[in-house]
Design a protein around this ligand. Structure first.
Ligand SMILES: Cc1cc2nc3c(=O)[nH]c(=O)nc-3n(C[C@H](O)[C@H](O)[C@H](O)COP(=O)(O)O)c2cc1C
Length: 171
């Protein structure tokens, strides 16, 4: 089994997928990992839609150039009205909660031997118009998931992390 830091390094944004279908159990495990994510006040104000109907998949693929024909497409939405809020700063934690849920899904996919990508650049209005189930949510990501293609590789960005000294200090 991977230790966590190794898993975190090995995860990369996969943009080349094979046609190999993803086992149901693996999709369920990704959702289980999402549910395990912490959220402010434990409000769990998020939802994932698994886009399985071929017509629905077409709509979602049309909403972004970054779907890479992955066999699995998940959409993550957060509900600001129901999310926890800081009493002191009034910050609404919906997007932060969504970020943690999304990170759990990406890392779970990696742990299960799958490739995955967080797509933030998509036409959310087009999706919300097509799927009324998403009413009241802010859509924060589309997650193409599947087995990485033989030629899949990380982009150069994956290797361009700042040094710890640039990102962290003792105060
Ligand atoms: C919130 C968020 C939105 C992103 N949106 C996109 C996107 O729309 N298209 C894309 O190709 N990659 C997207 N990415 C992937 C990033 O470009 C990628 O994580 C970054 O370049 C680091 O590379 P790595 O994930 O391979 O380590 C997104 C990542 C995050 C966290």
């Amino acid at each position: 089994m991977n230790d966590f830091v190794t898993l975190a390094h090995e995860r990369y944004s996969c943009r080349q997928f094979s046609d190999r279908p993803v086992e149901r159990i693996k999709i369920d495990k990704i959702i289980e990992a999402a549910i395990a994510a912490p959220t402010a006040c434990d409000n769990q104000a998020w939802y994932v839609w698994e886009v399985s109907d071929p017509i629905s998949q077409k709509v979602v693929r049309a909403s972004t150039p970054y779907h890479f024909n992955a066999p699995v497409l998940l959409i993550l939405g957060v509900k600001p009205d129901e999310a926890g809020e800081s009493r002191l700063s009034k910050v609404n934690f919906a997007d932060i909660d969504g970020g943690i849920v999304g990170a759990h899904m990406l890392l779970a996919a990696q742990d299960l031997g799958l490739g995955a990508l967080w797509v933030g650049d998509f036409n959310a209005d087009a999706i919300q118009e097509a799927f009324t189930e998403t009413d009241g949510f802010r859509l924060v990501g589309i997650f193409p998931i599947g087995y990485a293609a033989d030629d899949a590789h990380p982009s150069r960005h994956h290797f361009e992390r700042k040094a710890a000294s640039e990102l962290c200090m003792q105060i």
